[in-house]
Design a protein around this ligand. Structure first.
Ligand code: GLN
Length: 231
């Protein structure tokens, strides 16, 4: 372990609900991000206080040094690399579009003309949706929480949601009433972030712990726990 972090406590910001990466089960925050971070902290001898802030709030808290780090299914992008330092990538992701399972009117982006879609404030999904909105003639409404986004589509206040494909796929596998209709758009992989130039020891410890979890099989175990098909 890294003596620069040993015995220390770090405050880590995360999203409210971004299953299977962070979500509540029986009141407890669980998920791939939570388990990975706890396992890395244990390996490296530090402790964490998790703040379930919401995605854009977590990034704002990091920028203002109110948290030491963020783990939130946060994509490593060039824009963000200008203001944050990222760990090694720990999960491959990208954006996809989902619609209500009962909606047979939307087969692709062409069917979105004149309609409203939802995406999360400050997310890659929002950036992508906005980048094609004018071309296809739809409106992007930004919301703060993945749960609210899915609800909007089911209630019909939006026809589609743009979100990360592992998150959409997990929701669909849980029968959340949505289905995906478009190709995945490859995006940034997920990384743990610290504020630029701050907490290099925490970042190094995260990377060291992550490498160990990958080598000893615990990383795969954590992923399997949340992603393996329920029999
Ligand atoms: N991966 C996406 C991003 O970084 C969304 C993250 C999230 O909603 N928690 O923009």
């Amino acid at each position: 372990s890294d003596s620069n972090v040993e015995g220390k406590n770090f405050v880590i910001g995360t999203d409210t609900t971004f299953a299977p990466f962070e979500f509540r089960a029986n009141g407890e925050l669980v998920g791939i991000d939570m388990d990975l971070l706890q396992a890395i902290a244990k390996d490296q001898g530090f402790s964490v206080d998790i703040k379930s802030l919401g995605f854009s709030a977590a990034l704002a808290a990091l920028s203002s040094n109110q948290v030491d780090g963020v783990i939130a299914g946060m994509s490593i992008t060039d824009d963000r690399k200008a203001i944050y330092d990222f760990s090694e990538p720990y999960f491959e992701s990208g954006v996809q579009m989902a619609i209500a399972k009962t909606d047979d009117s939307i087969k692709g982006y062409e069917d979105l003309a004149g309609k409203t879609v939802v995406a999360k404030t400050g997310s890659e999904g929002e950036t992508y949706a906005k980048s094609i909105a004018a071309k296809y003639g739809f409106t992007v409404k930004s919301l703060d929480q993945s749960a609210t986004m899915a609800e909007s589509v089911k209630s019909g206040s939006a026809v589609a949601v743009f979100d990360d494909y592992p998150v959409l796929a997990y929701g669909v596998s849980q029968n959340n009433g949505l289905t995906t209709v478009t190709e995945k758009v490859p995006g940034g992989s997920y990384g743990f972030a610290v504020n630029k130039g701050q907490n290099p020891a925490l970042l190094a410890a995260f990377n060291d712990g992550l490498a160990k979890l990958k080598a000893n099989g615990e990383y795969d175990k954590i992923l399997d726990k949340y992603l393996a098909d329920p029999a």
